[in-house]
Design a protein around this ligand. Structure first.
Ligand SMILES: *Cc1c(COP(=O)(O)O)cnc(C)c1O
Length: 458
């Protein structure tokens, strides 16, 4: 089969998946309204598509399995969805965890993800975090020279099973979103590979330390073109080959290629797919898949984004200066990036009627506002949609990663409940609580409620 037909095949199956994804989402919205998951007193909730998450995890595994027989650990980047039941589901699908803080490590452990399937990356690991990771036998990647010195001392004082590597920044350049571009020449992450003396320092660091057996990069991210992403991985591979050749044995036995596959926020199509990514890597870095290195990946957004929906009630529909404005319950508290950087993070919005059925009618440019008390709290501005009315529902699509799980406590707005959904044999949608909605009592407690008199003089 030629490349063209292959591409066509992939596009066709992605199209089917996109439609299925939308159908499942519509059914879940309808069921959430009918079953009271949302309602007048629960005007916002987040929904997670369990079948979709499983499908993405399986697509990731099979894309790599079809390209290489090398062992591959797919370590889900916990920051994309720091929810224990999600991590547990992914564990069941054969994934591990990439963690970057004591909290994320605790979540991975609570989900039952073992040390052998966990990778610790963070640019600011404390001595205590390093000690704990080494004691548990968790893989870790040193971000910089000072961190490597700390690890030297810890490794000398106690034996460890942890595979240890160094993170490099290939300095291959940024993408369309500055704040997410990890591989710029001045990025804060990793050892800057193209800086003067860096390559020699790295070669010496590995030569001096037989226990340094991994090399790490995370050069992709939302807005990074695939070619640039893959160029970083090629630099990683070439450096590993050079280090191993200089040492005269295959000391580096595992390459951690990071995550960062961009997500399509413009439609229901999942593009690029993991198969597209693997094909591109295989073309640019054929040596990576020959089996001479074990592999670690750290995908986050691309595994979860398409499987989450924020559903919010239209509390009021009004008009200002000739523009219709729907005041809803979803704003900066659940879609922080979109509200503060709308041009980098536009979200699709779907409109539903009070019964949760897709809303019909001519499209009218309108603002979809959130509940927070600042003027810029808009999910979408001047967006053509069927005219929203009081008691309708809006859904913010593709919000399964980095959105509702990353609550922003502005106005003391409560964290919404998160519900996984699946369809049983009779076609009925069933919901399972992933995270309960935060209560007002919890908000008071978390806001110093137990220390009410702390600032009074005695
Ligand atoms: C954030 C992060 C990831 C995941 O990135 P996505 O864009 O969500 O796939 C992986 N590795 C590291 C080191 C990260 O910081």
């Amino acid at each position: 089969m030629g490349i063209r037909e292959n591409a066509q095949d992939t596009a066709d199956s992605a199209a089917t998946t996109g439609e299925q994804l939308a159908d499942r989402r519509d059914a879940a919205v309808r069921a959430a309204v009918e079953q009271g998951v949302v309602g007048p007193d629960t005007p916002i909730a987040a929904l997670l598509d369990i079948a979709g998450i499983r499908r993405s995890a399986a697509a990731l595994r099979s894309a790599f399995a079809s390209a290489t027989s090398a062992p591959v650990l797919h370590a889900f980047a916990v920051k994309a969805s720091p929810l224990v039941p999600v991590l547990r589901l992914l564990r069941e699908e054969g994934l591990g965890a990439e963690v970057a803080s004591p909290g994320e490590l605790a979540l991975a452990r609570a989900a039952g993800i073992g040390p052998g399937a966990t990778v610790l990356d963070s640019p600011a690991k404390t001595p205590a975090e390093l000690r704990e990771a080494l004691a548990l036998g968790i893989a870790l990647n040193a971000d910089n020279r000072q961190e490597l010195s700390r690890i030297d001392a810890l490794v000398a004082s106690a034996p460890t099973r942890s595979p240890i590597g160094i993170r490099i920044n290939p300095q291959t350049g940024g993408g369309s979103i500055e704040a997410l571009s990890t591989a710029t020449s001045t990025s804060k992450f990793g050892v800057a590979l193209r800086d003067e003396g860096a390559r020699d320092w790295l070669i010496q660091a590995y030569t001096d330390r037989p226990w340094l057996t991994r090399l790490h990069i995370h050069s992709g991210s939302q807005g990074i073109p695939l070619a640039l992403h893959v160029a970083g991985i090629r630099d990683l591979y070439e450096l590993a080959e050079e280090i191993n050749a200089r040492i005269g044995r295959r000391q580096i036995d595992t390459l951690d290629i990071g995550g960062g596959l961009s997500v399509n926020f413009a439609s229901d199509e999942e593009t690029p797919t993991y198969a597209d990514f693997v094909r591109e890597v295989a073309r640019a870095v054929p040596g990576l898949f020959t089996g001479s290195y074990g592999l670690v990946t750290e995908f986050g957004r691309s595994l979860l984004a398409k499987h989450g929906t924020i559903l919010a009630r239209v509390e009021y529909a009004k008009s200002a200066g000739g523009r219709p404005v729907a005041v809803t319950h979803a704003g900066a508290q659940v879609a922080t990036r979109t509200v503060y950087a709308p041009h980098s993070w536009p979200l699709r919005i779907a409109a539903y009627d009070p019964k949760g059925r897709p809303k019909q009618g001519p499209e009218v440019a309108q603002d979809v506002a959130g509940p927070a008390c600042f003027a810029g709290d808009l999910l979408a501005a001047d967006r053509p949609l069927p005219l929203l009315e009081q008691d309708d529902w809006v859904a913010a699509l593709d919000t399964g990663a980095y959105y509702f799980a990353h609550h922003y406590a502005y106005n003391s707005l409560a964290r919404p409940g998160i519900h996984g959904f699946s369809t049983d044999a009779d076609g009925r949608v069933r919901f399972a609580v992933v995270r309960a909605a935060q209560t007002v009592e919890e908000i008071v407690l978390e806001s110093g409620g137990e220390h009410a008199g702390a600032l009074l003089s005695d």
